[in-house]
Design a protein around this ligand. Structure first.
Ligand SMILES: Cc1cc2nc3c(=O)[nH]c(=O)nc-3n(C[C@H](O)[C@H](O)[C@H](O)COP(=O)(O)OP(=O)(O)OC[C@H]3O[C@@H](n4cnc5c(N)ncnc54)[C@H](O)[C@@H]3O)c2cc1C
Length: 540
């Protein structure tokens, strides 16, 4: 986490910064400041501390050759710590933008800096040392949503559970918070948000404040699943000015996956969340910017540059656009479903959800790859997993998953069976399902249902800007029939490029695209291919 640079490496950095003399006690950075510069110690000593009430926790002491900074250095978001000289000496001060260029161009320094930044962030997350406290209950859907939002955005936070920690009441009293207000987010020790939206949390923590929304980007990518992140990495590394707009957090469906085992290069598998987090850091390293917690609401497509309207009302202009909004899980058609979403009904099977149902019986609904993967993963910690499948396991399910499901003693597959009822007071307590072969309805005391029943495309925000297929997925390239192009008033002599929609300069990649294969590698591949066509469009 705290490597010491060689004299030659320090000299290379010095060429990009300025020397600053410091006296004992000089504060270089205060907690909560936007991250705009990094310091390399050349003489004396610098400490990194976190304010803890009236006192301070010392996190590290840096000596000559060591440097400040963590992942916020890439995004420009606010820092968490105070940095102070503890002895007279000198530091090299490097502006963030200059440091980013150094990371991109000096591979030796880039590797050392990136590794240290990432390891420091991992440590902050592991120790819950952020600027946020989430006060809630594991039985509340709002609490789960907020924890997921922070986790998937890689933001460290401390969590207090009302059901487990009696001292939490003191904290609530101090901020005059009633039980009806939870979940509560205490942001930077001062602002108290009662059951906030993701956007309110993003605003309070300043997630997006370093991003300029006014200038027209070379390419705006909507959606930060694997397809969108791949487009960002390839686009930014090839010199394009890239902005990614994401309604929640990076990762998309992959972020909901416990373990992807067929992605090339990871023979022992990789959690989708980990894969997405690495891709996110990689995109930022190359200078792509990512705005999170802000839904894209509308595309203005009648003039160029195109403009993308966000939930908060702002408009982002774009010379080219990549749509990577993927797909969302279909919701079970049960009248009182909404009551149990987050309190017993889940759409993701990651470590976080598995902790909630450890030792319990669970239901997984669906017969495709994602349901199979969830069943196998949950069977490691749950007492028993019931897979409810409307017909049988899908033909598209990978053979390795089918074998694991069949061989696993804790997994029971119920074919031609569907959920017909959910019951419970504050949390799901019972599930009713019907065996359609026997016409028999059974009720089971089961408190957790994982719904993984296929996906619908996230294309509502596009209104009639691009041609869609009958199921709402976006048509691209050769799939666009002459009638589609005529209806869309395609204005060019050339036909649409591969992955280009019926609107010139607008591309669709990944699961949102009509005919896509719904695989992680395909999403990544399409994201990268689209960038080649974006270069062509910008050149044209
Ligand atoms: C549980 C699970 C397990 C899986 N396992 C595997 C596997 O083992 N192997 C494999 O190859 N594939 C697997 N897949 C499939 C694979 O994850 C997907 O094909 C791939 O991740 C799709 O990526 P995407 O970027 O196209 O879309 P998505 O992942 O759906 O990402 C779309 C993103 O766009 C955002 N978005 C949507 N609408 C808006 C809007 N209006 N404004 C802003 N942002 C928006 C969403 O929040 C999301 O982050 C699995 C999928 C799931 C769900």
């Amino acid at each position: 986490m705290f490597p010491t640079l060689t004299a030659a490496q320090v000299a290379r950095i010095a060429g990009h910064g300025r020397v600053r003399r410091v006296a004992q006690g000089d504060v270089l950075v205060e907690p909560g400041e936007q991250t705009v510069r990094c310091f390399v110690v050349t003489e004396g000593q610098v400490e990194i501390v976190r304010p803890a009430g009236a006192a301070e926790d010392r996190m590290a002491v840096l000596r000559p050759g060591q440097f400040t900074g963590e992942v916020n250095m890439l995004s420009g978001r606010r820092g968490f710590a105070r940095i102070r000289a503890t002895a007279p000496g000198a530091v090299i001060e490097v502006d963030r933008e200059v440091l980013l260029t150094l990371v991109q161009t000096d591979s030796d320094l880039g590797e050392i800096l990136m590794r240290a930044f990432l390891l420091r962030r991992v440590e902050l997350i592991a120790r819950g040392l952020g600027d946020v406290v989430v006060v809630g209950s594991s039985h509340s859907p709002g609490t789960l949503r907020i924890r997921e939002f922070l986790t998937r955005n890689g933001h460290p936070y401390a969590s207090l559970d009302l059901d487990r920690d009696a001292s939490v009441q003191d904290l609530l009293d101090r901020f005059e918070i009633g039980v009806a207000d939870v979940p509560v987010v205490i942001c930077r020790g001062t602002v108290v948000l009662r059951n906030p939206t993701n956007q309110q949390i993003a605003d309070c923590l300043g997630f997006n404040e370093a991003i300029d929304r006014s200038h027209a980007r070379d390419v705006v990518v909507v959606g930060a699943g694997l397809a969108g992140l791949a487009a960002a990495v390839y686009g930014a590394s090839e010199g394009l000015d890239v902005l990614v707009l994401e309604s929640t957090a990076p990762g998309g469906q992959a972020g909901a996956s416990s373990r992807i085992e067929n992605y090339l290069g990871f023979p022992t598998g990789n959690s989708g969340q980990e894969l997405a987090a690495r891709a996110y850091n990689q995109a930022e390293k190359w200078g792509a910017q990512l705005m999170v917690g802000n839904d894209t609401k509308r595309l203005t497509c009648d003039r160029k540059p195109y403009a993308i309207e966000l939930e908060d009302g702002s408009r982002v202009p774009a010379r080219a656009l990549i749509i990577a909004t993927g797909a969302e899980y279909r919701r079970l058609s049960i009248a009182n479903l909404a009551r149990f979403e987050g309190t017993g009904v889940y759409y993701a099977a990651t470590f976080m959800e598995s902790q909630l149902c450890s030792g319990d019986e669970v239901v997984v609904v669906g017969g495709g790859n994602s349901a199979g993967q969830a069943a196998v993963f949950l069977a490691q910690s749950a007492r028993r997993v019931h897979m409810l499948v409307r017909s049988g396991l899908a033909d598209t399910m990978s053979r390795y998953l089918i074998r694991r499901i069949e061989d696993h003693p804790a997994i029971a597959v119920h074919v031609r069976t569907e959920i017909v009822g959910l019951e419970g007071e504050h949390h799901l307590e019972r599930v009713r399902w019907r065996d359609n072969q026997l016409g028999r309805v059974e009720t089971h005391d089961i408190r957790h249902v994982f719904s993984m029943t296929g996906a619908v495309p996230s294309t509502r925000w596009l209104q009639s800007c691009v041609a869609l297929d009958a199921r709402g997925f976006i048509k691209t390239g050769a799939d666009l029939a002459p009638e589609d192009l005529a209806a869309a008033h395609w204005p060019l002599a050339r036909p649409p490029y591969l992955l280009e929609t019926s609107l010139p300069g607008v591309f669709a990649v990944g699961d949102v695209r009509s005919g896509s294969v719904k695989r992680a590698a395909a999403a990544v591949g399409e994201g990268s291919i689209a960038i080649a066509a974006v270069h062509q469009v910008l050149h044209d």
